[in-house]
Design a protein around this ligand. Sequence first.
Ligand SMILES: [Zn+2]
Length: 341
Amino acid sequence: MAWSATGLGGECPGRGDRSRGSRGRGPADDFAALGTRGVGSVLAALAVAATLLMLLSEHRLVRRTLALLAGGAVLFAVGLFGVGSVLHSASRPSNWVIAACDVGQGDAFLIRDGSQIALVDTGPDPKLLEACLSTMRVSRLSLLLLTHYDQDHVGGVNAVLGRVDTAIVGPVGDASDSRLREALTRSGATVRQVDRGDQISLGNATGTILWPSASAHVEPGNAASVTLQITLGGVSALFLGDLGEDSQEALRRLGIPHQLDVVKVAHHGSADQSPQLYAEMHARLALIGVGENSYGHPTAKTLAFLRAAGTHIARTDQQGLLLVAPAPNSQLTIWTDRPSG
Ligand SMILES: [Zn+2]
């Protein structure tokens, strides 16, 4: 299996200095740091040439072939070229802080601080979620955050019942939502309903709930998606659930983080978004949990305004499992289990 990675540099045009706290040195630091050692400029040049050809090629098969030729290039190209290179490696970063599971049309994102792991939504299918948990060697969840109760966000919950310490949830809309809460309680989880301003702990990280807000009076469902802001290993992230444009605009007016590292795009990239929200957050990386669907997700409109905001896009339907890890010099590293395109 070929893994790809993208090194996103700390320097983004128009972006100010983004100083972060110091991070622990992990295997991915060594991985990236290898790029500055004398392994050979010829290999590096070949790898970069393959990468550039891959990026320039219109033909899918040529892109795939060149992607494989570029395998291992991450050892050189991250250190030498840093910004925006598409790279490949056989190994996953052990210091990942966000993992977007490939669960088809739906969301299931693992986040981690130290030894504590949380899951944001479960995707639609317990088998697909279990496969991701197994791949990531996750057996216990300190937190389960259910943004709302639609099947593409809670349908996989049976895979984690009995393995959750605390479940964070939003307002219930009907009896089936209440039954899900009761099932979580019966399985041993402490169920906690949250609102804007509440805080959650994961390892040494403290996350803040930005939505729903009691002042906004939204109905349960997409519009009330629990929205989490949290910084993990120095990587700031925001998870928007399935918030639509009206809720996003209300959230923006209440106050949002700027200069984000990672945004989990709302509603699988649907067109019901506030481009202004994404422009103001100016995230370096957008993650989209999406699979085969008849809704046109992610939409061309959303992809276009993300690119216009200078945000790199990674999506589970094209790239499979996505891992985000901090890298030296304020870079982000992204591993994917398939080359894009
Ligand atoms: Zn959804």
